[in-house]
Design a protein around this ligand. Structure first.
Ligand code: SAH
Ligand code: MG
Length: 216
């Protein structure tokens, strides 16, 4: 975005706590891929206005977005978040121990493919789901994610534009990215065609979708 626009919008941005800003700085320094500010602000807004009871996040990294979401939820709401990389898990646990002493964030360790299946089997339901893990796997996660999402609930997906790479000619990107991009296109098609979902694609941050699961 135009730098002057950024500066202008910054004037009216609801600032997160000092702890969150500190985590943001550290994540950037350590090159941990965290949600961008615009994405973060929209998520915060959606949480403050929708007040979901149970939030599910796929892709914890070091817990930055989970802790930010916690700040924007009512006191009796909880978060379940899934991560599989040991180094990230170690960091996330440290951050949760320090900044979520009441243990309102439930960290589920393991591959989301398995964890989502387990959550379905446990009969868990969520009224807000934030999808922010390996982009190439979103489509595989979708059936279980939709099973876990309550009617009236919201599914938010991050990184649908892959830094704009998704628009590149298929000859200009690596084979791996080509696969990711075609899967992302399939995922977006699945979201926008789904009879029970009302979806909007936004260019905010790295591109995101909002999908409301409609009641019959
Ligand atoms: N939501 C975080 C950033 C997540 S980055 C934030 O904004 O603070 C994406 C994370 O998803 C990475 O840490 C990666 O290890 C994790 N991930 C990717 N694929 C996964 C999978 N299949 N199961 C669990 N975690 C996965
Ligand atoms: Mg992301």
């Amino acid at each position: 975005m135009d730098e002057r626009m950024e500066v202008f919008l910054e004037l009216y941005r609801k600032q997160p706590s000092e702890e969150i800003r500190d985590l943001e700085e550290r994540a950037k320094r350590d090159q941990v891929p965290i949600i961008r500010r615009g994405t973060r602000d929209l998520i915060g807004y959606l949480l403050r206005t929708n007040k979901p009871k149970q939030v599910l996040e796929v892709g914890t990294a070091v817990g930055y977005s989970a802790l930010y979401m916690l700040e924007n939820l009512p006191e009796n709401s909880g978060i379940t978040t899934v991560e599989k990389v040991p180094m990230r898990l170690t960091e996330a646990k440290k951050n949760f121990a320090r900044l979520d002493p009441e243990g309102r964030i439930n960290l589920r360790e393991g591959d989301a493919t398995e964890v989502l299946k387990d959550l379905v089997e446990e009969g868990k339901k969520f009224d807000f789901i934030f999808m922010d893990a390996a982009k190439g796997q979103y489509l595989n996660f979708l059936p279980n994610v939709l099973e876990l999402l309550e009617e009236g609930g919201l599914l938010v997906t991050d990184n649908i534009l892959h830094e704009g790479d998704i628009l590149e000619s298929r000859y200009a990107v690596t084979r791996r990215d080509r696969t990711i991009h075609s899967r992302m296109r399939d995922y977006l098609k699945a979201l926008t065609d789904h009879p029970k979902l009302e979806t909007i694609c936004l260019p905010l941050g790295d591109g995101m979708t909002l999908s409301r699961k409609m009641e019959d």
